[in-house]
Design a protein around this ligand. Sequence first.
Ligand code: NAD
Length: 392
Amino acid sequence: MLSFLYRLPPRLIFGRGRLAELGEHTAPLGRRALLVTGRQAARAAGFTDRAIASLQAAGVETVLFEKALPNPTVANAEAGAKLARAEQCDVVVGLGGGSAMDCAKAIAVGATHDEPLWDFIIAPPGQEKTPATAATLPIVCVPTTAGTASELTPFAVLTNAETKDKAALFSDYIFARVALSDPELTYSVPPDVTANTGLDVFAHAVESYISTVAHPITEACTQEAIRLVALHLRRAVADGSEKEAREQMLIANTLAGFGLSNTGANIMHALEHPLSAHDDSIAHGGGLSALMRAYFPFVAEAAPQKVRRVAELLGEDVTGLSEADACSRAHEALRKLIADVGAPARLRDLGVDRAMFPTYAEDALRYMAGALGKCPRPADREDLIRYLEAAY
Ligand code: NAD
């Protein structure tokens, strides 16, 4: 018997050139917007000026916070929240990759609640987590990478720079009211970032598809996302101006996001967060790419039919093959995709120190237990260390 929850809150506006509509979609939500971007890419590509012009034309004033860090920290979002309060902003617009969008989403909470932002993410000892409330400022998200789908999820991932913990603020109140997905904004993403973020799409799709809480709607979305990544990621990396490949990768990102929003991720994300929390030079998608080396061998026994289906979606003919051989095909097809796009193949490519594996495993168990709990194969500390060794 089927019984499930499916969330679909953001209003999704998708299409080339639709950044021009930002003001029109933001104006009903507020009159003074905090526009949150990263430090360089959005301005260099002209997106910041275009966003401000569109907001202005619709009568929305703009206050700029061009300071979102890659893998944003709590202090980073708190600085943005302070500015939003001081400037009396009534709507937050996140324009950028997952880092800028997550920073914007956390700012929307920080600007309207007095508790420290980290208390919304991990409960202080002996207390409950602080819940975000309906006071949270409305959020508009404009992605410029095809990767995280933060524009569609109820998560904002932040790093606590003091404790080196990286975890998600999770609340229905941080769903964007509007996700404005314009494929043209992804044309300028460099090849290495295209590869890493494209593999983040793959990780969301495959982890959601294989999740213990997957259901027919998420499975339909995530299977198509896997198929689209297999078909289009190589072209998007080889030629960033390839309009069709970019558009299809943003659709893959969207479909994977519908899965992620409803099932969460599992073991790869649980282990990636400690990696980039301890070394912020590791890109989220790059860490996931390296961790993929161990994924199918780890989950195959627990979800053989789904791994077989993933092999098919990656373009393999697995007719008549044993479960073990179908799993090997999925594994090899993914390794080939990673090699073709030049993404990190192993943890050693990222300069990861093996002596840290017990720490990464313990961190994952401490603050990514929710994600680990949705992996079809349970993992304890020793399993996680073995997983990291296999990906090394
Ligand atoms: P990112 O936002 O850190 O961007 C990566 C790099 O690409 C940056 O240097 C950025 O300036 C540049 N860039 C972005 N758009 C560009 C463009 N159009 N042209 C040129 N350069 C561009 O990377 P990301 O992978 O998009 O986001 C990663 C963050 O998102 C991590 O912190 C990760 O944990 C988080 N995340 C969040 C969710 C969620 O649901 N909220 C899901 C997955 C990951």
